[in-house]
Design a protein around this ligand. Structure first.
Ligand code: GSH
Length: 186
């Protein structure tokens, strides 16, 4: 069975959310991160960088949440076949981790970046339910998990972005999200 390594409150919950969406059986290996278990030789054999999430799927090991999401989408056939459509999915997953997350969570840039990031997202979500249109995809797990962390972790006023707020509600209301993230955030 696929093993997902994570901490009690860590980005492993993003991967767990997608595994729940896909209904793929997995074992969550909870590392004692306070105790530094992610820096011990046993875990460093899986991720030499010493960060979670990481997965072990048979003989295959992988780390970085975005890479894991894309791997799962490929493996469980949730990826479109054309290179252009696949690139759009990668674009959103990379955007979530490289641009959206840092823009919103790095305090020094938050004030400047938040309107730049949320205004276009608000426009997108006022026209369609999900990032790729009317169908939920791995892109929504990557971007939606970052957006849903805003009300959980930051006191940002999102009233200027009502479509983003509604999108967050749609993500949070999904049973797989509830199982993986809401259940872990308290
Ligand atoms: N970009 C990485 C970030 C990984 C990351 O920073 N994970 C944190 C937990 S959420 C971690 O392992 N921190 C432990 C440490 O830095 O010692 C990803 O998305 O997988």
């Amino acid at each position: 069975m696929l093993k997902l390594y994570g901490g009690a409150r860590s980005r492993a919950a993003i991967v767990q959310w997608y595994l729940e969406e896909l209904a793929v059986p997995y074992e969550f290996v909870l590392l004692d991160m306070q105790g530094g278990e992610h820096r011990q030789p046993e875990f460093l054999k899986i991720n030499p960088i010493g960060k979670v999430p990481a997965i072990v799927d048979g003989d295959f090991q992988l780390w970085e949440s975005g890479a894991i999401l894309l791997y799962l989408a490929e493996k469980y056939d949730k990826c479109p076949t054309s290179p252009e459509e696949r690139a759009i999915i990668s674009q959103w997953v990379l955007f979530a981790n490289a641009t959206l997350g840092t823009g919103i969570f790095v305090e020094a840039t938050r004030e400047r970046e938040t309107p730049r990031l949320l205004t276009p997202l608000n426009e997108i979500f006022s026209k369609q339910s999900f990032l790729l249109g009317e169908e939920f995809s791995v892109a929504d797990v990557a971007v939606g998990s970052i957006l849903a962390y805003i009300p959980l972790m930051l006191k940002l006023d999102l009233s200027a972005y009502p479509a983003v707020e509604q999108y967050i509600q749609r993500m949070v209301g999904r049973p797989a999200y509830q199982k993986a993230i809401a259940g872990r955030s308290s």
